[in-house]
Design a protein around this ligand. Structure first.
Ligand code: MLT
Length: 409
């Protein structure tokens, strides 16, 4: 008799953003005339820059001719894109040791984050911040690594609480109590960042404990502050203990296009249980060759256009607009006297209103009273209870209108 994966039976019934979308749909059905301003999921609103569209049109034409047609591409991604990433995102930023060979193109950071657990042993303990992007936790539940859920916490996951008291920055765990640490800076959902000195401590921890850091830097394009690293590979030694996951979604508006990449340096070596050397690079390559046939040629051509002068200028412009919105939201919430984080090097603004309403109650109140959507902090973890998250990804006009409504709330 077929038996399904029992771990699905342990998962909460729906994924956070699906639940948010469902509640918004229900509200819309009951209030068809409501002018709803979306500030929930981190989905971009600006169209793709023209140079990307042109590159993809050209790629479509390539597929129409025998001489330029592309069938299956390399599972690791095309070198025209991997070379540009290595040059612009690493080498020109002073990270000479990351090469095109270390980079794997994918259909998005979320897929890679969900899949990366294929590299982990069965009985290891993972550490996550709380609040946290739910994919880190849910994918470990599906893989059978999380243990039992009790009072909002999985028994085999180590939670590093990020609260107003610690400035929403996780503290280092004790030595020897986890083998994998998921870090995300600029952070989703709190919008906080880590300085070079702070990040160095995590790298030292991982090296000392032979642990692995999964570093999600999907929001690095939003960093403007000095001394905030854009890549974990700015820290010496990280090439021996970290995998970095990046996305074109929030940078270049690729949420609907699906393209990202993961850097698994060749220098990343651990040991299998029989003592043999395990190269995570070779393992990830084997995993991708087995389960993935590469991202679409057309989309990769579009992504490569981001690294042209026009592409870089367009991205800087779009990121600037989203940041301005995040800043506007941050200032408005601070003016109301709320606890606020993010909105400086991040498109996300994380805040808590006075009183003791739950995140979902606040979500419903804001939706009903102001027709504004948000993401309930509790959906990101127990430590997020009472918080909401806004995004700066709407238009400037809608953000200003949202601020008016919040101010009058
Ligand atoms: C978010 O809103 O947290 C993100 O957009 C979700 C995602 O990237 O999957």
């Amino acid at each position: 008799m077929f038996r399904p994966n029992d771990n699905f039976n342990l998962l909460p019934e729906s994924y956070l953003f699906s639940e948010v979308a469902k509640r918004i749909r229900e509200f819309r059905a009951d209030h068809p005339d409501a002018d709803i301003i979306r500030m929930d999921i981190g989905d971009v609103s600006l169209p793709l820059p023209e140079c990307i569209i042109k590159a993809m049109h050209k790629a479509v034409d390539d597929q129409a001719s025998q001489a330029t047609f592309h069938g299956y591409g390399p599972e690791q991604g095309y070198s025209f894109l991997r070379d540009s990433i290595a040059e612009w995102d690493y080498n020109k930023r002073g990270i000479a040791h990351i090469t095109a060979d270390d980079i794997f193109i994918s259909d998005g950071a979320k897929s890679d984050i969900g899949n990366i657990g294929d590299l982990f042993g069965k009985n290891i303990r993972v550490a996550v911040t709380d609040p946290v992007y739910p994919v880190y936790v849910d994918s470990n539940v599906i893989d059978g690594r999380a243990g039992i859920l009790s009072d909002g916490r999985w028994s085999n996951i180590l939670y590093l609480e990020c609260t107003a008291e610690n400035g929403f920055r996780p503290l280092l765990p004790a030595d020897g109590i986890c083998e994998v640490i998921y870090l995300c800076f600029p952070n989703n959902p709190t919008g906080t960042t880590s300085t070079k000195d702070e990040l160095r401590k995590w790298v030292e921890y991982a090296l000392r404990n032979e642990a692995l850091i999964i570093y999600d830097s999907a929001y690095e394009a939003y960093i403007t502050s000095d001394n905030v690293p854009r890549s974990i590979f700015e820290i010496e030694g990280a090439e021996h203990c970290a995998i970095e996951v990046r996305s074109f979604s929030k940078t270049a508006g690729f949420t609907g296009m699906r393209c990202g990449y993961t850097v698994v340096p060749r220098t990343l070596k651990y040991r299998f249980s029989d003592g043999k050397t395990a190269s995570l690079h070779d393992m990830w390559n084997r995993r991708q060759c087995t389960k993935f046939n590469g991202a679409s040629y057309i989309v990769q051509r579009g992504a490569a256009a981001l690294y042209t002068p026009e592409g870089r200028e367009a991205i800087a412009h779009n990121v600037g607009l989203y940041m301005k919105n995040a800043h506007t939201l941050r200032e408005a919430l601070l003016a109301k006297g709320y606890i606020v984080a993010g909105g400086v090097d991040s498109p996300y603004v994380w805040f808590k209103t006075p009183g003791c309403k739950t995140s979902w109650q606040l979500f419903e109140q804001l939706l009903h009273d102001a027709h504004i959507t948000s993401t309930p902090g509790a959906g990101f973890g127990k430590a997020g209870e009472g918080y909401l998250r806004f995004t700066g990804f709407n238009s400037e006009e809608n953000t200003i209108e949202a601020v008016k409504r919040i101010t009058n709330c």
